[in-house]
Design a protein around this ligand. Sequence first.
Ligand SMILES: [Zn+2]
Ligand SMILES: [Zn+2]
Length: 231
Amino acid sequence: MPCACVLCGQVQADVVCAGCADDLLKPTPRCPRCALPHRAAGLCNMCRCAPPPFDATIALGDYAPPREALVLALKFGGVLPLANWLACELASAWAARPSPSSSDPDDKPCLVVPIPLAPARLAERGFNQSWEIARSLAPRLGAAARADLLVRARDTAPQTALAADRRHLNIAGAFALARHADADDVRGRHVALVDDVMTTGATLAEAAAVLKRHGAARVTALVALRTPAPQ
Ligand SMILES: [Zn+2]
Ligand SMILES: [Zn+2]
């Protein structure tokens, strides 16, 4: 069935047309740890001074017009085939990532975990866009998708409503390992943490910190889009 490209509207075979995909996926030099655009080799200054709890980040492109339409169409337009498309591209980006150094072991993630939505938000939207991407991504990485490991421990105000410096405070303590989760579910594992958008990285950092506290060996964030210069 032909479909309209969510970015330019052209009717063709996929949810994103080849031209828009080429433009979105143009390789951009990024910090390997936080995926901020970064020209020099190695880590950006922020990651050198205050390394986040996640070990690496893969992002497909910048969260900026017109590319933000990708996430908006998935999240608010319910264009679920986009989750599969994003998962496919994230798997390719994973395979094409620069080879890690010896201090950065080249182990594949064995668990793919989405950032959980608050129950009220999930009920309102009907699906968790991060889980839709995660469950499509996991088989492509040869990993298990687990929607039940990480839970929301408390309600938080939407991060988008807050200034960057308030986001860490707002999200602190927001996640926990599910009560039924076994310590061995996470201990020693490389976990791929999936979210649709990474803005300041506060949400992913908080979730990664919970996984690390429970013994995760490594956490790689995989996000569809990354805000280039969070204010
Ligand atoms: Zn297009
Ligand atoms: Zn960085």
